[in-house]
Structures are given as structure tokens and as C-alpha cells.
Design a protein around this ligand. Structure first.
Ligand SMILES: [Zn+2]
Length: 700
């Protein structure tokens, strides 16, 4: 005989047991090594299970690796000797920051730099065909400012700008931004690329170079820009990038900004200059960036003729936070990329930013209602992948695996449905979204609720019940949920994998023997259709002295059909009586539930053998499910469904000749109670209305 090897779970309650067993193991030397999927060898405590110890125990999956990998750690524990922290922004003493008390109530101007800053960071930069594809997606999303190229960097880049303009790819109201270093020859080439554009934004960088002021704002402005642009009548906006803004002394950035304003000399509230406040490398917490933005906004001249543009990178992983605080501090515009593409850790992610606004009830003016498709395009053209847990866009973001979360979500969905219905009815209030663990309605992003609940061995009854409700429209009672989840969990633990919707529904049908063909050992061949109006919400009913109902049916047992017959106060007691006399087994009915599904009735019944009652919470329960257009038949099917599980593989007595018992009630006149009360086989179901009429007729 092959012994069954198990691994201990160290439990405080059973510590002494473990101790005793460990002694036993040590004494017999039962340690065994076995490999996992990665080829690591694991060492497990092993012993031959003895039933009295095992009852109620679970095997554990926490075991000691026998070849532990040693990781050598050597990070300096005194980083202060190596790294210098950020310096505070020089606000006057006693200055009360404005941004902490503010709230963002409208969307900023968005600039997508996917085609420039994003593209420059790619291992394989996009072709111009691919750039055009992404450009069109950006337009569809709703971007009005798009940085499209670095025209002086390569002919390809130059040609891309030309092709957009010459092929009329730029709709009215959309501004093209190009970037150029502040060098006269390069500026000339960059501006030439824009000939014919309606609105262009020139993004000048290399800001701190002394060449900048002399060349750009004296010579170039007069000689190059004016010459070129007068000819093409392009509206021209200056975007002056304070490159490395976040690492420069705040006083100096302001001084530089003011001198640019002065040199430019034509900023007005209707024709603003953009100051791009770049966190080229993110080097400090988000609050510091907000301080820098607020300081700059406080000290820059002509504030009403200036747009503060935020261009945060994500080196500390807090670009989204920095941008949000920067907006509170006075930022008017944000430059970033979809999914945060860009050099190193990327630019700030415009999807996260705009959906963060959206979930606060602020219109982002960008449309992500088909997020999966947008993410698909961005990933393809950039040859990048999105982590499964990435905000909004990750594949697992709108899925709950943990039982407690699933429970809260399913309850939340039910409560919200009720709340929305009452808003519909009363016309008061708003149908606001409030589902635990789901901050934004996935449907708004084109994602359904199908994956909201996903079931693994870590999940709970609520998730499994939700899946069954969604896929089969069946609402299991609570105790049955516990019971069915036990079945699902065992399978999930065995496979170590997720239980998909189809796996769960298949398991449900198999467990409760629901199918077009007979699946279990027992099957009601001819359904006991009734001429009898049965109340869906009562099950066995109160036994009465008189037994006015008789069940007569054809039961197939292991493929052989036998006639069964039983008497009882209700259809269920009658079929239980029939099963008892035919199979020689007593069955006890426990809890019961029922609800309509479309035109059918669905019944659930908990059953057990007299000696084998389930626990109070429902562990160890055996349940049956029956569905029929006829209420009594649904109940009888539920009983057979549960009995199939209860008999397991036990041997059943052979069919006996059905003793022709005399009628219980004397045959009365037509329309008497007995006539309508007898359960017979093979009738067509009757509608409840007919039933009611008959009952009324019978009782009158
Ligand atoms: Zn950048």
C-alpha cells in the first residue's frame, strides 16, 4: 500500500500534537525531498496520517526549502554619507502654503508627448507610419496639444511633421508642438518644418545655457522666427522649458523666467507663454515639487499671461502624486505620456491622471471609454507591456480574488442596484457609484463586470455564489454557498490554479446533477407533474395525521427503471417516503430555499442521513438543486439531486415489486381534493393561474 504523505501545518492549538508527531518523524527519519516546478528541492516533514489526528487538519503548503538560496546583501546602511536630501523652497518665514488647502475642480490643458519624449526612450523608435497611427489615436482620445517630433534631430522626424501638415492630418483646434534645442541653425530647421501649421508650439530647451538668451531672444527671434512665421501665418506659442527645474534653485528659475518674459516681450492673457517646469529627474517628494511650483507662480511676472506646465518624470514612482500636487500649486498644463512611457521610469502617466480626476467627478476632457483597445495600441507601438496591477489599465485591476473583497463587492452591487432603482423611481438624488474596492465603474472604461469576481483557492463563498448567479441566474442560500465553495476550493487547491467561470458552472452542474441528460445514479424518469398548486416557499410542510398525497413515479436507479410510490402531507414528504421504501434508506431534509428563474421555479434543499447532520455553519452539508416550470417537480428534483450525493457509491437494494397499497383517501366526486392532490406522472405542466383556479374550485 502506498502511504499518504502529508505536510504539517504549525498550529498553536495543535502544537503538542505536532510535537508528538515530530518526535515520531524523527524517530522514523521520515523526511522526504521533492522538487517543485522550478526544480528546487523542498524538504517536508512526512508521516503516515492517522485518522484520529488528521480530522479537521489541513495539509500545509509552507515547507522549508532544502537548498535555500543565500542572497548576499550589502547596501550601505548610512546613506546620509552618500546622498544629499532636497533643500526646502525659500518661502518667507511664516508663509502659509496655498496648495494644501486647494482642490482640483477642472482638468488642466493636456499635452501628449508620446510621439516625442515617449518615442525617444524606445529601444526601437516608432516608424513614421506607426507614429501616424498613434497620432490618430491621440486625436480620438481628445488631445488638443500633441508634441509630434524633434525635427532637427533627423530627417525622419522632420518628414513626419511635414507629412502631418501637408496631408491635412491636423484638425482645427489642435496645436502641434515640436522640440528644439536653443541653437540658431536647429531652431531654423525646426521652424521650417512647421510651415503651414495653423498653431504651433515651439518647445525650447537647453534653458540654462547663456547662449540661449543671446541667440534665441535677440538674434533668432528677430531673424529666424519672425521671418519664417510671417510667411506662413502660423500662430506661434513659446513653450520655454526650464530643464531640470526641480533641481535648480527656485530664485534662479524665477529670475530666468522673468528675463525670458521680458525678452519675449509679447506675452498677453490671450497669447500666453508656457513655462515648462520639468522634473526632468524626480529627486524629491511630491510636496516639494508643489512648493517649487507655488513659489514660481508667486514670483513670476505677468502671471495672467503665463501658463505653468508640469512635466514630471517618475524616478521616485510618484510622478502622478507630484503632478496632482503641482496642479493644486498652480499648474495649468500637464505634459506626459499614455501609460507613463518615457526615459528611465517614464513621464507622468496621462491615463492615470485623467481617470483619477474622472473618479472624483471632474471631467478630464479625455475619453478612455475603450481603455483596453487604447492600451493595446500603446503597448504594440511602444513594444511595452503593462503590469497586471497597473492603475486602471492592468489586466487584474478590476478583479477581486480575496473572499472578503468579493463578499463586499457582491453586497455593494446589490445595494447599489436598489439605490439606483429608488433614484429612478423618485427622480431624486444621483445614481452615484459606490462599490467597495472598485473606485471607478469598469463599464465606463469599456470593461464589463465579468472579471470582477475571480475564484481561486483563497476566495470565499460569496465569489463563487456571484459567479453562479451571473452565469446560471441561481441564487444559492447562504449555507449552500458554504457547501458549494468547499467543493470549488478542493478543486482549486488540487490544481493550484484559478477556477474560471466555466469551471465553476461545470462543477456546479456536476455536483448538483443538472443537465439535459441523466447524470447521477438516480434520475426521475417521469417527472411527477402535478395538478396540484404548491407554494414555492414551503418545503416539507407540517406533517398532518392524514396523508392526502401520493407520489407515483418512474425512478431510474443505475440505469434500471423502477416504479416508486410514497405518501406524504406534501410532495416532498411523499417522494421521501417513496425513496425510503424503494431504496431502504432514510433521508432527512434540512434547510430549504426557492426562487423563480424566468418562467421556472428553482428549489434548493439541504439533506442528510439521520446519523450525519452537518455543522451549524453549513460545513458538511449536502445540497440538491431542482429546476422546473412546475413547483412540485422542482422540489422533487432537488431531493433527487441531493440524494444522489448522499448515496455516493453505496449499494442499493434491488427493485422490489411495488405493493399495491389501497388508496389513502376514498375517491370522491369530480373536483374533490383527492383528485387534484394526487401526483401523477407524465402530465403537461399547468400554469399557476389554472392551478389557482382549480384550488379555488376544489376548496369551495
Ligand atoms: Zn521629459
Amino acid at each position: 500500500m502506498i502511504p499518504e504523505w502529508r505536510v504539517f501545518h504549525p498550529s498553536i492549538v495543535h502544537w503538542w500534537l505536532r510535537w508528538r508527531l515530530t518526535i515520531r518523524i524523527v524517530s522514523i527519519g521520515s523526511h522526504r525531498k521533492f522538487p517543485d516546478a522550478c526544480g528546487n528541492l523542498w524538504l517536508a516533514d512526512i508521516w503516515k496520517p492517522r485518522k484520529r489526528y488528521l480530522k479537521g487538519w489541513k495539509t500545509a503548503d509552507v515547507i522549508t526549502p532544502s537548498n535555500s538560496q543565500i542572497i548576499h546583501l550589502n547596501m550601505p546602511m548610512l546613506p546620509s554619507t552618500k546622498y544629499v536630501p532636497y533643500r526646502a523652497v525659500p518661502f518667507p518665514s511664516g508663509y502659509a502654503r496655498q496648495w494644501p488647502n486647494k482642490r482640483t475642480t477642472s482638468a488642466p490643458h493636456w499635452l501628449s508627448t508620446d510621439l516625442r519624449d515617449g518615442n525617444q526612450a524606445l529601444v526601437n523608435p516608432m516608424s513614421n507610419t506607426t507614429k501616424l497611427e498613434l497620432f490618430k489615436v491621440l486625436l480620438q482620445i481628445g488631445f488638443k496639444e500633441i508634441e509630434v517630433a524633434y525635427p532637427s534631430a533627423s530627417d525622419l522626424e522632420y518628414q513626419f511633421v511635414r507629412s502631418l501638415i501637408e496631408n491635412n492630418e491636423v484638425p482645427d483646434g489642435v496645436a502641434l508642438q515640436i522640440i528644439t534645442p536653443a541653437r540658431p541653425d536647429l531652431i531654423k530647421k525646426s521652424i521650417a518644418s512647421l510651415a503651414g501649421a495653423k498653431h504651433a508650439i515651439i518647445h525650447l530647451y537647453n534653458a540654462v545655457s547663456p547662449v540661449f538668451r543671446e541667440v534665441v531672444f535677440r538674434n533668432t527671434k528677430e531673424q529666424t522666427i519672425e521671418l519664417t512665421l510671417n510667411a506662413v501665418r502660423t500662430k506661434f506659442t513659446l513653450n520655454y522649458c526650464l530643464e531640470t527645474f526641480s533641481q535648480t534653485e527656485p530664485e534662479f528659475t524665477v529670475e530666468l523666467g522673468n528675463r525670458v518674459l521680458e525678452a519675449w516681450g509679447k506675452a498677453t492673457p490671450n497669447d500666453k507663454v508656457i513655462f515648462n517646469l520639468a522634473a526632468t529627474v524626480e529627486c524629491a517628494p511630491s510636496n516639494h515639487y508643489a512648493d517649487q511650483v507655488e513659489y514660481f507662480g508667486n514670483h513670476i511676472h505677468q502671471r495672467d499671461s503665463v501658463l505653468l506646465s508640469l512635466h514630471p518624470h517618475n524616478d521616485r514612482g510618484t510622478a502622478v502624486g507630484a503632478t496632482e500636487l503641482g496642479l493644486l500649486a498652480g499648474g495649468d498644463r500637464v505634459e506626459g505620456c499614455l501609460l507613463g512611457n518615457g526615459e528611465r521610469t517614464g513621464n507622468v502617466d496621462l491615463i492615470t491622471l485623467s481617470l483619477n480626476l474622472y473618479s472624483q467627478g471632474v471631467a478630464p476632457n479625455l475619453d478612455f471609454s475603450n481603455l483596453s483597445e487604447i492600451v493595446g495600441v500603446v503597448c504594440r507601438v511602444n513594444e511595452m507591456a503593462v503590469p497586471t496591477r497597473y492603475p486602471y489599465a492592468g489586466s487584474l485591476v478590476f478583479s477581486a480574488f480575496a473572499g472578503t473583497h468579493q463578499d463586499a463587492i457582491t453586497k455593494g452591487l446589490v445595494a447599489q442596484e436598489k439605490r439606483w432603482l429608488s433614484v429612478d423611481r423618485s427622480g431624486e438624488g444621483i445614481k452615484s457609484w459606490a462599490i467597495p474596492y472598485v473606485p471607478v465603474d469598469p463599464k465606463d472604461l469599456g470593461i464589463g463586470y465579468d472579471d470582477l469576481i475571480r475564484v481561486s483557492s483563497q476566495s470565499g463563498k460569496a465569489g463563487t455564489a456571484h459567479v453562479i448567479k451571473q452565469s446560471l441566474k441561481l441564487e444559492m442560500p447562504r449555507r449552500m454557498q458554504v457547501s458549494f465553495y468547499g467543493v470549488v476550493q478542493t478543486l482549486a487547491e488540487k490544481s493550484g490554479k484559478e477556477m474560471t467561470v466555466s469551471m465553476i458552472t461545470d462543477t456546479f452542474k456536476k455536483t448538483y446533477i443538472i443537465g439535459a441528460k441523466p447524470l447521477g445514479r438516480l434520475h426521475l424518469d417521469s417527472s411527477p407533474m402535478s395538478d396540484y398548486s404548491d407554494d414555492m416557499m414551503t418545503f416539507a410542510g407540517e406533517p398532518t395525521a392524514a396523508t392526502p398525497l401520493r407520489f407515483e413515479g418512474q425512478l431510474s436507479v443505475d440505469g434500471a427503471v423502477r416504479s416508486i410510490r410514497g405518501d406524504g402531507a406534501t410532495p416532498v414528504l411523499a417522494i421521501l417516503d417513496a425513496l425510503r421504501s424503494s431504496l431502504g434508506i432514510e433521508f432527512v431534509a434540512g434547510e430549504f430555499a426557492a426562487h423563480p428563474v424566468d418562467t421556472n421555479a428553482c428549489s434548493y434543499v439541504e439533506m442528510h442521513l439521520p446519523a450525519d447532520a452537518p455543522s451549524k455553519s453549513g460545513v458538511g452539508s449536502v445540497w440538491g438543486v431542482g429546476i422546473s416550470s412546475d413547483v412540485a417537480t422542482a422540489k422533487c428534483r432537488a431531493v433527487i439531486s441531493a440524494v444522489n450525493t448522499l448515496i455516493g457509491s453505496r449499494e442499493l437494494p434491488p427493485a422490489k415489486r411495488v405493493y399495491q397499497r389501497p388508496p389513502i383517501l376514498t375517491l370522491g366526486s369530480a373536483g374533490s381534493w383527492f383528485k387534484v392532490g394526487k401526483l401523477r406522472t407524465g402530465h403537461t405542466p399547468v400554469t399557476p393561474k389554472e392551478n389557482e383556479a382549480r384550488m379555488l374550485e376544489a376548496s369551495s
